[in-house]
Write a protein that binds this ligand. Structure first.
Ligand code: NAD
Length: 431
């Protein structure tokens, strides 16, 4: 099929590339000229495991191309996906101006029947608005359908998630686009759930908020573990073996971040309020999340007593493993707070240092994770990169002026770390 994706970011580029990989003819549109230039010249604007190879392969086969022109994308395709940002406003509501603009641009460019699919995460009832907008701005007065197809991929595992989705959700206003949408997703052999458009939009917000709730739940439990001397990992393992609960998203940590959970949670609370429901449960999820970071910072300050002029090493800047994305990253937030306290920082991330440089200034970026501890008063693990488990601990202990390690991701065993001579402080494991 001929498909166009408008917005070539984390979601749009993965979506377009994976559609091309299964044999569709795909055009990825982005208004960012530098991004399109970079992609056309074989470069990658983001790091996502396995993506670069797939992009190169599908560009070479002629299935995938890039352009700045929405008009070209709309003219040449039957199904147009929208994958532009839907950021938070100050009051927690969603800034839908990117979506509205793209709807108008599509409307202006349409000269024949199109299916317009929203893949961006949006509040319930947005699809109806997109449909009204296209109708209003479409001069050619051609037929069209608006569909909601929320995306559930995880950064760091995006290609795998897209190629093997647990389910594909497709919300429609009429039955007309159903056959074409089935054809788009047929090669993936995944269960497809067709719903009304409002339910599809709600599925995304409800799912992300539930996952955030699960993280805040275990983080709240981690506080009880610290107060009682229990071990949150053992509690999570025991809980997680219950198939009704499951082990995933039960790792106590610094809290969740990234470009999705915080914004989607705020958006869901906000739209619920507009619809007359006070989602107090989700406000508590937010509160637990910010308290979790506050408690970690407090732990650092209590241990070091005075942070001003101390040198602290930080391993991890991305909001989670396997990505270069630092948007709303708890690790970055932690660094900025420590800087405010007067700390000097030596930092490392396997993939996110370039993106972090735009936000985190006046720190020393260290290329090798094993060199970070050199001359530091303490070391912090802030992102759960698997390579950090292979840190040369003996070298780190000797390099630190005092062997203090704060582990915000519970990567190491408490007893082993103490045996190695560390003052080891993690989350929810003992007092
Ligand atoms: P992103 O910022 O990485 O990419 C968005 C792209 O859209 C940018 O390249 C931007 O230049 C482009 N753009 C903006 N306006 C445009 C326009 N008028 N015409 C053409 N291009 C335009 O964002 P993202 O992380 O890919 O997120 C996109 C949407 O997908 C959001 O709603 C997000 O909530 C949702 N989502 C994200 C993820 C994720 O893990 N990142 C997962 C699921 C859903």
């Amino acid at each position: 099929m001929k498909l166009t994706i408008i917005g070539t970011g984390y979601v749009g580029l993965v979506t377009g590339t994976c559609f091309a990989e299964v044999g569709h003819q795909v055009i990825c549109v982005d208004r960012d000229e530098n991004k399109v230039k970079l992609l056309k010249s074989g470069g990658m604007p983001i790091y996502e495991p396995g993506l670069q190879e797939l992009v190169q392969k599908n560009v070479a086969s002629g299935n995938l191309s890039f352009t700045n022109s929405t008009v070209e994308g709309v003219e040449k395709s039957d199904v147009i996906f929208i994958a532009v940002p839907t950021p938070s406003m100050n009051d927690g509501s969603v800034d839908l101006s990117f979506i509205e603009l793209v709807a108008r641009e599509i409307a202006a460019a349409m000269t024949s029947y199109k299916i317009v699919v929203d893949k961006s995460t949006v509040p319930v009832k947005t699809g109806e608005k997109v449909s009204e907008t296209i109708k209003r701005y479409c001069k050619a007065k051609v037929e069209f359908d608006v569909v909601s197809n929320p995306e559930f991929l995880r950064e760091g595992f995006a290609v795998d998630d897209f190629m093997k989705p647990d389910r594909v959700v497709i919300g429609v206003l009429t039955q007309r686009p159903v056959a074409a949408m089935k054809e788009v997703y047929e090669p993936f052999n995944a269960p497809i759930i067709f719903t009304d458009i409002n339910s599809a939009e709600l599925i995304k917000h409800a799912a992300n908020s539930f996952l955030a709730l699960k993280i805040s739940y275990i983080n709240a439990v981690s506080q009880i573990c610290e107060a009682s001397g229990a071990n949150v990992q053992e509690v999570a393992n025991g809980m997680g073996m219950d198939l009704r609960i499951g082990r995933k998203f039960l790792d106590a940590s610094l809290g969740f971040g990234g470009s999705c959970f915080p914004k989607d949670l705020s958006a869901f609370i906000h739209i619920s309020e507009e619809l007359g429901y006070d989602f107090a449960l989700l406000r508590e999820v937010q509160k637990i999340n910010s308290e979790q970071m506050n408690r970690f910072v407090k732990k650092i300050i209590e241990t070091l007593w005075v942070v001003k002029d101390k040198t602290i090493g930080v391993l991890g800047l991305a909001f989670k493993q396997n990505t270069d994305d630092v948007r709303m990253s708890p690790a970055l937030d932690l660094c900025l707070r420590l800087q405010k306290e007067g700390a000097r920082l030596r930092v490392h991330d396997p993939k996110a240092m370039e993106k972090a440089k735009a936000v985190l200034k006046d720190v020393i970026y260290v290329d090798d994770m094993n060199d970070v501890a050199d001359g530091c008063d303490a070391l912090i693990i802030a992102t759960e990169w698997p390579e950090f488990k292979k840190l040369d601990l003996e070298r780190a202990r000797k390099a630190l002026t005092h062997p203090i390690l704060f582990d915000g991701r519970n990567l190491f065993d408490v007893e082993e770390m103490e045996k190695l001579g560390f003052i080891y402080k993690s989350i929810g494991r003992g007092r």
